[in-house]
Write a protein that binds this ligand. Structure first.
Ligand code: GDP
Ligand code: MG
Length: 439
């Protein structure tokens, strides 16, 4: 994922203690590769990088203590914006029935999605859809929809394969009105490639029934070609939205970005499997994370931002620099860490700490409880000045905390190591800390 890609650049920056324009450039190169790997169209990538770079240069990134995370955050925000900031709902006509037309290449998932959408509308919105079999070309296409209808116990309108799709669509809408269906979903034909006669037919259906929604169904594995597909269908039909199918596969979903960028219409649903209930509303923010392959990284950033009290962090930094750091502070730090969840991933985000250093100290979560007990068994003097902790004090602390003298010794040693390590690190960041304090 992107987080891993940025690691190399980040290590370099950490050594320097400052982010330069060149560093940002390097990070942007990694972002670019991550997006191309996710099959986002190269033209779209180019535009995107330009806008992110500008943001990154203009923002807090260059001043930040955690530039990599800031870059990821900017990229993620931009991606989310690019795909439409919020979840987009399906149309509802002011006068029933709402007419939904499904279009797309053969095998994209139109027929399956027609049934899934009907199921979704009934289940989530208490609607009563009618399905219409307008694909008269693909062998057994009508049968496929009828089977799905049976499975759902929902009516399927069909006139066989000897009647034109335009006529079937027209009749289906009339039927829906007659029988008081509030939605009619037209399953149309596709071709393996974009095809003029097919487009002409779809245009005619559109002109005849005037759909409230024209959903382009796109297989998310389509990759780079998604741009051409989306462009052609949109040019001919002015689609109102898209459905991205087969997201349960190992695709990174780059097609989502291309579709939105080219058609400027929202992706409304995501197909997450072959089963009839595997259709979900499309969430741009989740897709952004998927494309960047960063899973939990973002939620970690958010956690760190909300849980680490800014003021306290600053105070702590000052204490560390003056080596005024006591076991009380240590305990407080541990409490904060505990409230944030998985220790390993979080330590790298805390001011003045880095993951590797903490790992070496072997403060794992199981040990936290023991460590806490030991520190709580110390007297105020011992906490402030651990150097007074002699043999008999160690024995007393071990007894009081229900641990062993070895445990106490180990913690004292770790505490000293930690102080040393922090001294090194704060020395490295001292210049930046001062700048930050001003603003
Ligand atoms: P159409 O030609 O556009 O009507 O496509 P179909 O609806 O017949 O779907 C083609 C194939 O894709 C079928 O085998 C479907 O089961 C499968 N399919 C459709 N949507 C999904 C999805 O979201 N996930 C997976 N794994 N398969 C899907
Ligand atoms: Mg079909």
């Amino acid at each position: 994922g992107l987080a891993a890609r940025l690691q190399g650049t980040l290590t370099k920056i950490r050594g320097k203690g400052k982010v330069s324009e060149q560093d940002i450039k390097e990070m942007m190169r990694e972002v670019r590769l991550a997006l191309l790997e996710a099959d986002v169209n190269f033209k779209v990538v180019k535009q995107f990088i330009a806008s992110v770079k500008e943001k990154a240069l203009g923002q807090e990134v260059m001043k930040s203590l955690t530039p990599g995370q800031q870059v990821i955050k900017v990229v993620n925000e931009e991606l989310t914006t690019l795909m439409g900031s919020e979840q987009s709902k399906i149309a509802v006509a002011s006068k029933a029935p709402t007419i939904v037309m499904m279009v797309g290449l053969q095998g994209a998932g139109k027929t399956t999605t027609t049934a899934k959408l009907a199921n979704y509308l009934r289940k989530k919105h208490n609607r009563k859809p009618l399905l219409a079999a307008c694909d008269v070309y693909r062998p057994a296409a009508i049968k496929q929809l009828e089977t799905l209808g049976k499975q759902l116990d929902m009516p399927v309108f069909s006139l066989g394969d000897q009647v034109s799709p335009v006529e079937i669509a027209k009749q289906a809408v009339l039927k829906a009105k007659e029988e008081h269906h509030d939605y009619v979903i037209l399953d149309t034909a596709g071709r393996l490639h974009i095809d003029e006669s097919l487009m002409a037919e779809l245009s005619e259906i559109k002109a005849t029934v005037n759909p409230d929604e024209i959903l382009l169904v796109v297989d998310s594995m389509t990759g780079q070609d998604a741009v051409n597909v989306a462009e052609s269908f949109n040019e001919q039909l002015s689609i109102t939205g898209a459905v991205l199918t087969k997201l349960d596969g190992d695709t990174r979903g780059g097609a989502a970005i291309s579709i939105k960028a080219v058609t400027n219409t929202p992706i409304k649903f995501a197909g997450m499997g072959e089963k009839i209930d595997q259709l979900e509303p499309f969430y741009p923010d989740r897709m952004a994370s998927r494309i960047l392959g960063m899973g939990d990284v973002l939620s970690l950033i958010e956690k760190a931002q909300s849980n680490v009290d800014e003021e306290k962090a600053k105070e702590l930094e000052k204490k560390l620099r003056t080596m005024d750091f006591t076991f009380d502070d240590f305990l407080e730090q541990l409490e904060q860490v505990k409230s944030m969840g998985p220790l390993e991933d979080l330590l790298g985000m805390m001011p003045g700490m880095n993951k590797k250093g903490m790992k070496d100290l072997k403060v794992d979560e199981k040990q936290l409880v023991r460590v806490e007990a030991i520190v709580k068994s110390m007297t105020p003097l011992e906490k402030r000045d651990p150097s007074v902790i002699n043999g008999s004090r160690r024995k007393r602390i071990a007894k009081g905390s229900g641990t062993t003298i070895q445990d106490v010794n180990r913690l004292l040693k770790q505490f000293e190591d930690m102080k040393k390590m922090m001294k090194q690190m704060t020395g490295m960041q001292a210049g930046k800390g001062k700048k930050k304090g001003k603003g």
